[in-house]
Design a protein. Structure first.
Length: 383
């Protein structure tokens, strides 16, 4: 039973790789980072240090590592005979791994059981996005028989894995908490055996609860913390004004999640409180740069701010704190982040209305459109 995992970075090594190894899969990492792949190929194992109230160390062994940039044929051959392919590369990178998976499906023996495909990214239905990219590369598209050689399942993954300290090598320090929810329907009763994951009939409540609580709160901490000059997430949350803003956005997304998915309010309150503790985990050093990375992705239509704010506006519910978080995101100017520079350029070039429409995907006439445009307009006063 073989799994090929794209993206041997933080979550790839510290979460997906670990869980698949412990589920008994023969693991093959595929990544375009030559230095990382060479290091993995040269090392028989690496450790995952989970830190928090229940600290532990697990060792991942017996994997192989391939460079999917320079040795695509080898990765195609591995996937063609694998049981599972997973990704943790970032939602914007799925279009680059899709052609490799499409080639592998074409090469796959039709008599083999279908390849299970799961994108483990922070995005709503990331596997559907990956599937659409794969379909676009198959002769015949949706009608291609080759598509029948794969089963696609959406997932929600949750574990905070910061960037690793220089000199950590392949070892990864992660928080002790994790959750992996996978939709069970596509497997038609023959879901893969991954004991640490749980299979759910309807993924939407899980992924929205995760993205609009963990990631909305996390990014709010990062962007307000960045403005305050905080160098870690824990430092950011220690600023009373930042803490108040994070609590406020989480109350707004709670209102949406309770109204939309009928979550019990007390259970959702406990969930969001638990996440405030996770963000400030004293055993982990996480930074506003990492958590705020790619601000243009984070303020896009179906992401952690605009997604819930748009639905709250449609329901006539409060979204002011979310809009203040978007305003803070617009001021994110991390030199290490190319999207920061792109964001600054777009703010200069586009009118506030064009920005709301083209960057945030909120068209004229939507109840959030003018509110967003006003947020963009107000940024001028800071410059
Ligand atoms: N770190 C976390 O706390 C966390 C938690 C849950 C989900 N995620 C999600 O997991 C994904 C990865 O995040 P991360 O923190 O591990 O990032 P990361 O930057 O540490 O890892 C991404 C890896 O993907 C590799 N990569 C880039 N392009 C590639 C390509 N074309 N083919 C193969 N590999 C490629 C990079 O070289 C890198 O090693 C993101 O979607 C993120 O939202 C992260
Ligand atoms: O990975 P991103 O850029 O979508 O979001 C940054 C963090 O919020 C994220 O990586 C969290 O650490 C993770 O989603 C926790 O499960």
């Amino acid at each position: 039973m073989k799994a090929v995992h794209f993206g041997a970075g933080n979550i790839g090594r510290g979460f997906v790789g670990l869980i698949l190894h412990e589920a008994g899969y023969e693991l093959v990492f595929a990544d375009v980072n030559a230095e990382l792949i060479d290091a993995l190929a040269a090392s028989p194992s690496y450790d995952v240090h989970a830190v928090g109230e229940n600290s532990s160390t697990r060792t991942v062994t017996g994997y192989r590592a391939l460079n999917s940039g320079s040795d695509e044929d080898a990765v195609v051959a591995e996937i063609a005979t694998a049981a599972l392919v997973t990704t943790a590369v970032g939602p914007n990178i799925l279009k680059f791994v899709a052609p490799v998976i499409a080639r592998a499906l074409e090469a796959r023996d039709a008599a083999l059981p279908p390849l299970h495909v799961m994108a483990c990214e922070n995005a709503i239905n990331a596997t559907d996005v990956l599937k659409a990219e794969i379909v676009g590369r198959l002769d015949g598209g949706e009608a291609s028989e080759t598509l029948g050689r794969a089963i696609f399942a959406n997932t929600a993954v949750d574990r905070i894995v910061p960037n690793q300290a220089p000199g950590a090598g392949l070892d990864v320090t992660v928080e002790d908490f994790f959750e992996w929810a996978i939709e069970e329907g596509p497997f038609r009763g023959a879901a893969p055996s991954i004991p640490a994951a749980h299979f759910v009939a309807d993924l939407a409540p899980y992924i929205e609860r995760k993205l609009f609580t963990v990631n909305t709160g996390h990014a709010t901490t990062a962007y307000h913390g960045w403005i305050e000059g905080a160098s870690t997430l824990a430092d950011a949350l220690a600023v009373p004004q930042v803490f108040r803003e994070v609590k406020a956005v989480l109350q707004e997304t709670k209102a949406l999640l309770v109204a939309k998915h009928e979550f019990d309010p007390a259970t959702q309150e406990a969930y969001l409180e638990k996440n405030l503790v996770r963000f400030a985990n004293p055993y982990l050093t996480d930074t506003p740069e990492r958590v705020g990375r790619q601000p243009l992705r984070k303020i896009s239509r179906h992401e952690r701010f605009i997604g819930p704010a748009a639905e709250l506006a449609e329901r006539g519910l409060p979204r002011e704190a979310l809009l203040r978080a978007v305003r803070a995101a617009l001021r994110f100017d991390a030199p290490s982040d190319p999207q920061s520079a792109e964001l600054a350029e777009l703010l200069t070039r586009l009118s506030p209305e064009e920005f709301a429409d083209q960057v945030c995907g909120i068209e004229t006439g939507h109840p959030l459109h003018e509110e967003l445009a006003a947020v963009v307009r107000s940024i001028d006063s800071d410059r």
